[in-house]
Design a binder for this molecule. Structure first.
Ligand code: ZN
Length: 251
């Protein structure tokens, strides 16, 4: 029997309350499971054209069925990229064909990662400030891979982060405006638990800043002091469920 390259069969695209469609676990998923290994559908990584032209050229290069699937992805109609397009191209947004407007808005809402690409599956993950999935470009496979970074229960939504996570709630919300939504995850909800989670996030930022500043300016000697700081940081990361590494880098 052919070996499966990922475990996407453990997930399904479903409506999620208040969040449109989301990727939901259909069975328990163990930490470390590779949920996706996926090639880009549309990537501007190697294009020499300016971004909007590259997106439109790539879109036109897709076959009809791929175009139809691409056009089902989320787009944000009030996107600030409409204005950015006009400034970059010195052209009115309305001169673009409606299908190209849609293709470009989908790209601005869904492209991510080192490959600067849109994926049919990986671009379906919603955001959380406490994600349970982490994405990495795998250069050996030339695919985007998505791994569970903690055990995920059947029925739980799979989420990634769209932004760096060492940010205060107000900064996270400002960055997420790009996608046109207000995050209401457990770290952002306006409850006592949400406030306590935010207080821990601020503590994490403080620890990370102290650690990186101490290492950078050489003031953290002896090195045991830095190790103690790193251990405190790691303990709090685990307690808060922030187990990925990629988006947690100190600023
Ligand atoms: Zn959040």
């Amino acid at each position: 029997m052919a070996q499966r390259s990922d475990a996407r069969y453990l997930t399904a695209l479903q409506p999620v309350a208040g969040r449109g469609l989301g990727v939901v676990a259909e069975a328990d998923i163990q930490r470390g499971t590779r949920i996706l290994a996926e090639s880009p559908l549309l990537s501007t990584r190697h294009s020499t054209l300016c971004e909007p032209q590259a997106v439109i050229e790539q879109f036109e290069g897709l076959d009809r069925s791929s175009q139809a699937l691409y056009l089902e992805l989320y787009s944000y109609e009030e996107s600030p990229f409409k204005l950015a397009y006009e400034q970059l191209m010195a052209k009115s947004w309305h001169e673009l064909l409606p299908v190209h407007q849609k293709a470009y808005l989908i790209w601005t809402a869904n492209a991510f990662g080192d490959s600067n690409a849109v994926y049919l599956h990986a671009s379906r993950f919603n955001h959380s400030c406490i994600p349970n999935v982490e994405v990495h470009w795998n250069p050996a496979l030339e695919k985007q891979t998505c791994h569970a970074i903690r055990d995920i229960k059947a029925g739980e939504e799979l989420t990634i982060t769209y932004i760096p996570l060492y940010l205060a709630r107000i900064e996270r919300q400002a960055r997420l405006h790009h996608w046109g939504f207000q995050c209401a995850c457990a770290a952002c909800e306006d409850t006592e638990l949400g406030k306590a989670t935010e207080a821990k996030r601020m503590q994490l930022i403080k620890y990370a800043d102290e650690l990186s500043n101490g290492l950078r300016d050489g003031s953290e000697t002896p090195w045991t002091k830095s190790l103690v700081r790193a251990a405190k940081l790691a303990k709090l990361q685990v307690a808060e469920g922030l187990l990925g590494g990629r988006s947690l880098r100190p600023r």
